[in-house]
Design a protein. Structure first.
Length: 130
């Protein structure tokens, strides 16, 4: 039986984004990307990656001196999981309410985003009529 992915914290999601973008990274890579300019320490990156390894969010290749970390779950799978949880917790399972809220608050979608939304709606409508 596969155990469900633990919900990553905000800091862990930032690290996962680095790993998704780079494919894999050392602690130094994560530190340089996320923490060097804002005063965070190398040990912060190290500790977070160690915790993420224990939680099963990342795999570690320790065959070299500098351990290399890689995300266990894809970005798409993580986003789907987090979105499903958000829909259930904040919108009582109603995806439509989430979409309406997302599109109706904040800045209006730009023309490219509107085009992508229309394409998705067209595709969904075709799937309903199959």
């Amino acid at each position: 039986m596969t155990r469900p992915m633990p919900r990553p914290t905000e800091s862990e999601l930032a690290i996962l984004n680095v790993l998704w973008q780079q494919g894999s990274a050392t602690v130094r890579d994560v530190y340089e990307t996320l923490y060097r300019d804002d005063g965070g320490g190398y040990t912060t990156a190290l500790k977070l990656l160690q915790v993420m390894h224990v939680k099963g969010l990342v795999e570690r290749d320790d065959s070299q001196r500098a351990h290399v970390y890689r995300a266990v779950i894809s970005k798409d799978a993580a986003q789907q999981r987090l979105m499903s949880e958000l829909v259930e917790r904040a919108f009582d399972g109603r995806r439509t309410d989430l979409v309406l809220h997302a599109l109706g608050s904040g800045d209006a979608p730009n023309p490219e985003e509107l085009r992508q939304i229309r394409e998705l709606l067209t595709r969904l409508e075709k799937d309903c009529h199959v």
